[in-house]
Design a protein. Structure first.
Length: 208
């Protein structure tokens, strides 16, 4: 599925689709992958304060305020890993979280069978919102860069929509790395590592 990206002065996106041989509910997250969820695990990318600040600037550009509960997902991962509470969810999400944790770049993960083409990255309307968890909690999206499908916003660098999240039945995903123009090499390394991890899980991957 093609991903169209609107022009943006600060944004660089890297995205690829993955097709898994079995549903994620039947694919155990291997020990080598779970070990990479540790804050001090060896990685080919490095978190920096400069990247953290650049990501916040990226989300702030359209008028969104990336603070408090609205901060980038990558910052939540760092806090959870530091506190020792970052656990395994499923193999696909774990691979996403590993790369986001160590690069400081947020990553969205979409179940392609639950999304409706076309897909586009654009700033959400002022009155946009969606449910982001099974409890029915919502996030206000006004001014925030989001992936939109035919039914509206469905993913962003803060919290992905419950509507298109992965589940035990997922076999096809789209990973979207929210990179910044000030760090193109970091985005390239993160994307290559992320794709390698997913391929090690047995998935067939294709850059969009």
């Amino acid at each position: 599925m093609q991903l169209i990206v609107d022009d943006h002065p600060l944004l660089l996106v890297s995205a690829f689709s993955s097709v898994f041989e079995h549903p994620l509910g039947d694919l155990e997250s291997p020990p080598w992958l779970r070990e990479l969820l540790a804050i001090d695990a060896a990685a080919p990318v490095e978190r920096t304060e400069e990247t953290r600040a650049a990501v916040r600037d990226l989300l702030r550009w359209g008028g969104y305020k990336p603070t408090g509960r609205g901060k980038p997902a990558s910052e939540y991962l760092v806090r959870a890993a530091t506190e020792g509470t970052l656990g395994s969810i499923n193999a696909a999400v774990d691979a996403c979280n590993v790369v986001s944790l160590h690069s400081a770049l947020p990553i969205s993960l979409i179940d392609l069978d639950r999304a409706v083409a076309p897909l586009r990255v654009a700033i959400a309307a002022d009155d946009a919102s969606y449910v982001f968890n099974a409890s029915g909690q919502t996030i206000d999206l006004g001014g925030l860069l989001c992936v939109h499908d035919a039914e509206g916003p469905c993913a962003n660098a803060v919290k992905d929509s419950q509507r298109t999240k992965t589940s035990a039945a997922t076999t096809s995903t789209l990973g979207v790395i929210w990179g910044v123009r000030s760090a193109p090499e970091l985005l390239e390394r993160a994307a290559d590592w992320y794709r390698d991890l997913v391929k090690r899980l047995g998935a067939i991957t294709t850059y969009t």
